[in-house]
Ligand binder design. Structure first.
Ligand code: A3P
Length: 290
């Protein structure tokens, strides 16, 4: 096992094995009943996956626990080292309606999702916390390129040189299309601030109507603490050679505003000036604190 290098696919740096199998990923055709959960890495993917799965199982935690979140909800483009099968292998063994995870920017999402008008849930997280979380993830995830020192990592993030490309383009791409396509655009910060409200929004988007008690239990089952203690969601099921939780746990802090513990004042100034440039003309309501 090694840290895979990145290779550009249509201008987006992807891990080498994903770039190699790009044609089969691009030609994947979903069923109209399939649901896509899309994020830039570290924006709250696993959290949203667990909420969706519990909603679809009427809050039945046991039903959701039968397999890990990685197997229940295939990662469309991932070519995993064993024991996790590849996303396409898993999907081809499942009957629709399926829930599918992706980190692809909108222009690389296979066209069948749009042709078939599939529902898409997009989760965005403020740039600074997203960057901090990605940095710690790249330290512990031995399949992604080594993050190197923090200062250099900030620059890679700003230049879109990390796996899955530019955060700025990613969040903007889905934002601009959210009304033309069937996209529910969520924010990590809203989920933290009022999880029940966001769980209810997802429920309505899925055309479900669950009792107040069930919604309440889903909120509890998907708290940071519950998911950190749940071996089906905390990724401790992966071998240490893949995710080394002793370097940094996958369920690390789960907070809004942890960026303040990482940036020096010079780094902050540089980052914010660049942010203004890259986000100019957009009005995505990101919150860096709640
Ligand atoms: P931190 O590194 O800031 O702790 P993803 O699933 O997209 O890889 O995102 C992982 C990030 O979401 C991590 O952020 C993780 O702690 C956080 N997270 C996961 N489940 C969460 C929950 N239930 N509540 C809050 N944050 C959660």
């Amino acid at each position: 096992l090694c840290r895979f290098p990145l290779r550009s696919v249509r201008g987006i740096p992807l891990m080498e094995p994903i770039a190699q199998s790009w044609e089969s990923i691009w030609s994947f055709c979903p069923d109209p009943s399939d649901l896509l959960i899309s994020t830039y890495p570290k924006a709250g993917t696993t959290w949203t996956q667990e909420i969706v799965d519990l909603l679809l199982h009427n809050g039945d935690a046991e039903a959701c626990k039968r397999a890990t979140v990685a197997v229940r909800i295939p990662f469309l483009e991932i070519i995993s080292p064993p024991p996790i099968p590849s996303g396409l292998d898993l999907l081809n063994k499942m009957n629709p309606p399926r829930v599918i995870k992706t980190h692809l920017p909108i222009q690389l999402v296979p066209e069948g999702f749009w042709k078939n008008k599939c529902k898409v849930i997009y989760v965005a997280r403020n740039a600074k916390d997203n960057l901090v979380s990605y940095y710690h993830f790249d330290r512990m995830n031995h399949t992604q390129p080594d993050p190197g020192p923090w200062d250099g990592y900030i620059h890679k993030f700003m230049k879109g040189e990390l796996a899955w490309g530019s955060w700025y383009d990613h969040v903007k791409g889905y934002w601009e299309e959210r009304e033309n396509r069937n996209i529910l655009y969520l924010f990590y910060e809203d989920m933290k601030e009022n999880p029940r409200h966001e769980v209810e929004r997802i429920m309505k988007f899925l055309d479900l109507s669950l009792s107040d008690d069930v919604i309440g239990s889903i909120v509890e089952l998907t708290s940071f603490k519950a998911m950190k203690d749940n071996p089906m969601t905390n990724y401790t099921f992966l071998p240490e050679e893949i995710f080394d939780h002793s370097v940094s746990p996958f369920m690390r802090k789960g907070e809004v505003g942890d960026w303040a513990n990482h940036f020096s004042s010079e780094q902050l100034q540089l980052f914010e000036e660049d942010y203004e440039r890259q986000m100019k003309g957009t009005n995505i309501p990101f919150r860096m604190n709640i």
